[in-house]
Design a protein around this ligand. Structure first.
Ligand SMILES: [Fe+2]
Length: 276
C-alpha cells in the first residue's frame, strides 16, 4: 500500500448562535453537524480537515463557541482559514489552543509541516469588506514559505477565489489582486491545488500552472447564474465537500462528495454479469 494522504475540505459554514437561521432561512449549524458526521464515517478516514472560511456568519464570539463545540465531534485534526464573514480576533480568541491560528501577529496565515503534503493557509480577508486582497506582506510570506521546500507537494488555501466565476455578484467580491498571487504560484510548481471557498459551489479553474478548486458550502449554495447582473441569491441545493487524495504515484486527485444521503448504493453486476 502506497503512502496516502487525504485532505477533506469543507467551506462556508456560516454558523449562527442560539438556534438562529442564516438569512432567516438556513439551519447552518445542522448543515455542519451533517458534514462532520459524513467526514467521520468516510472509509478510509481523511487524515485532516481544512475549512476554507466563513466559519461563522457575523464574526461573533458566541458563534465561534458554537462552531468549536461542533468541531469537537471531528475525529481528525482540523485547520481553519478566515473568510469575509470571520473576525480575526474573535476567531483566535475562541481557539487559543490551535497553534496554526497564532503563527503570525496580524494575519491568520499558517504553514503546516507535519504531513507528506505541506499545507499553507492564507488570510485574504479585508476587515469590514466582502472582497479579498493579498497585500505585498502576505504575498512575500507566501513566496518565502514556498521557497523553503520546493520539492514537497503543497496545498495553498484561501477563502476568496482568485478567478472570476461568471456569477456577477460574487465576482465583484472575489480576490481583487489575483495577479500577485498568480505570479507567486507560477514560480512554485509543487503547488498541487489552490483551494478556496466563498462561491458556495464546486468550480475549478486552471490557475498559474496549478488548479484552483472552489468547495461547495455545508449549508446553502450560491445560485448557478452566470448572468453578470444575476441577483445575489442562494439556493438549498445539496451541500458538498471535496476530498483531495494524494499518493506519490498519482499526486493529487480531487473528488466532490455529497453530504446528504441518497438512495443506493446498488450493484452493477449480479451472478450473471452486468445486470440487464
Ligand atoms: Fe460564504
Amino acid at each position: 500500500m502506497s503512502q496516502q494522504f487525504i485532505v477533506a475540505q469543507i467551506s462556508d459554514l456560516h454558523i449562527k448562535a442560539g438556534g438562529r437561521l442564516s438569512y432567516r432561512k438556513v439551519d447552518t449549524l445542522k448543515g455542519l453537524y451533517n458534514a462532520l458526521e459524513r467526514l467521520n464515517a468516510l472509509v478510509p478516514q481523511p487524515d485532516v480537515v481544512v475549512i476554507t472560511g466563513d466559519l461563522v456568519d457575523f464574526g461573533r464570539a458566541d458563534e465561534y463557541a458554537c462552531l468549536k463545540e461542533a468541531l469537537s465531534e471531528l475525529d481528525m485534526p482540523y485547520y481553519l482559514v478566515p473568510g469575509n464573514h470571520d473576525n480575526r480576533q474573535a476567531m483566535r480568541a475562541a481557539f487559543p489552543e490551535l497553534d496554526h491560528l497564532h503563527q503570525q501577529p496580524e494575519f491568520v496565515q499558517w504553514c503546516i509541516e507535519d504531513y507528506p503534503v505541506r499545507m499553507i493557509g492564507l488570510d485574504s480577508t479585508v476587515p469590514g469588506a466582502p472582497h479579498g486582497e493579498l497585500c505585498a506582506e502576505r504575498l512575500a510570506w507566501l513566496e518565502s514559505t514556498l521557497s523553503q521546500r520546493p520539492n514537497v507537494p503543497t496545498l495553498v488555501m484561501l477563502h476568496h477565489p482568485p478567478f472570476a466565476s461568471g456569477i456577477g455578484h460574487m465576482d465583484r467580491q472575489r480576490l481583487m489582486d489575483s495577479a500577485g498571487l498568480a505570479a507567486v504560484i507560477s514560480r512554485h510548481p509543487q503547488v498541487e491545488r489552490v483551494l478556496c471557498g466563498h462561491l458556495h459551489r464546486s468550480i475549478q479553474q486552471r490557475f498559474a500552472g496549478s488548479l484552483a478548486c472552489c468547495c461547495p458550502g455545508t449549508a446553502h449554495q450560491v445560485v448557478l447564474d452566470i448572468d453578470p447582473d444575476a441577483p445575489a441569491h442562494f439556493v438549498l441545493e445539496p451541500p458538498g465537500y471535496l476530498l483531495h487524495v494524494w499518493t506519490p504515484e498519482q499526486a493529487m486527485i480531487t473528488h466532490m462528495g455529497m453530504i446528504e444521503h441518497f438512495d443506493g448504493p446498488y450493484p452493477f453486476f449480479d451472478s450473471h454479469g452486468l445486470i440487464d
